[in-house]
Design a protein around this ligand. Structure first.
Ligand SMILES: [Zn+2]
Length: 340
């Protein structure tokens, strides 16, 4: 998950830091009370409050009520994109930025694969650019081979037409982001109920200063490394405690560490972000990561500072940002929304 705040992870004032912290918490996958019972195709109600990757969904979600005035220019774009159960049948392309965009011609990651299963089907967020689908399928097999990892549990990707979400992430809007649980796949097919109700496992110690050795295993590093070494992967987001462990454990080639960035949350899952694919001319790239491994004490100090580990609310709470409207998104996203 990532958002505008990810572009400038170095943060200044306490108020700004708190505001960003809030945004990052909001960008975690959250409790979905809804999306679909059948094939994750009916739009549904989502809990209005944010929750986390491990939060549960429902196999019996309630449909979202119709919008009173869908043409209201002040309407949050998430209300529109969150009601689209199927992709736009237009030529495939990712449009805009990871935290302000949409996708045309998205395809679904099959919910069961040879080496993966999709979780929280009720959210209907297993959509993405075909290159992302291919990457996840390849990565799932690669993780088995290099790490003996039984298979990937895949969390949120994008909505069928991308765009802002009613709950959770600020990014995941252009079909190039995917959350992968740090819990290995069981060696059987999970039921619908299990996919909604099984919790991911916390990887970070209670004091937040390091990984929890009860849950972290020698296989976690090679899985994350396999993802980072994919040339099309732009960035990977993990909790700072996980980054710290990777820095400590990585042997041999360490170049891949530069792609792995500390981020708020991401203590139950890691987040894979792809580069803009060829052919997506209106996809807005992120600056490539620097060469640095990001493993020095100085690199990590911010993340283990008291202000980050134990944020205090500012004296004057920041004004909530107005939601992204359709007019805030690239113009092509209107076509994506209106397309059959
Ligand atoms: Zn994410």
């Amino acid at each position: 998950m990532a958002n505008g705040g990810l572009r400038n992870a170095a943060v200044s004032s306490p108020v700004r830091r708190y505001a960003i912290m809030r945004v990052m918490m909001l960008c975690r996958p959250i409790l979905a009370t809804a999306l679909t019972t059948t094939l994750a195709l009916a739009a549904v109600t989502l809990a209005a409050h944010p929750a986390r990757a491990q939060d549960k969904g429902s196999v019996n979600p309630k449909p979202l009520p119709p919008l009173a005035n869908p043409n209201d220019p002040h309407l949050a774009a998430k209300e529109l994109f969150g009601r689209k159960p199927l992709p736009a049948s237009l030529a495939v392309r990712s449009i805009g930025f990871y935290a302000k965009g949409c996708i045309a011609g998205a395809v679904a990651l099959p919910i069961n694969g040879s080496a993966w299963q999709v979780m929280r089907l009720s959210r209907n967020r297993n959509w993405g650019h075909p290159d992302l689908i291919a990457l996840l399928e390849r990565l799932a097999v690669k993780a088995q081979k290099v790490a003996g990892w039984p298979g990937l549990l895949v969390g949120d990707m994008s909505q069928p037409r991308g765009g802002p979400m009613l709950t959770g992430h600020a990014s995941h809007q252009v079909g190039l982001d995917a959350d992968i649980w740090l819990t290995p796949m069981p060696n059987r097919q999970l039921s619908r109920e299990e996919r909604e109700e099984t919790s991911a496992v916390m990887m970070v110690r209670k004091d937040r200063l390091d990984i929890d050795l009860q849950s972290w295993t020698p296989s976690h590093l090679p899985v994350i490394r396999a993802a980072a070494q994919e040339p099309q992967v732009e960035r990977i987001f993990v909790n700072a405690a996980i980054k710290k462990a990777l820095c400590r454990e990585a042997k041999g080639d360490r170049n891949w560490l530069s792609k792995v960035r500390p981020m708020y949350g991401h203590d139950y899952h890691f987040h894979v972000r792809m580069k803009c694919p060829p052919g997506s001319t209106n996809c807005e790239a992120q600056p490539p990561p620097t060469e640095s491994e990001g493993c020095s004490a100085g690199d990590l100090a911010y993340w283990f500072s008291d202000a980050v580990l134990h944020p205090k609310p500012p004296v004057t709470p920041p004004k909530p940002k107005p939601p992204i409207t359709l007019a805030d998104l690239p113009a092509e996203c209107r076509q994506v929304l209106l397309a059959p």
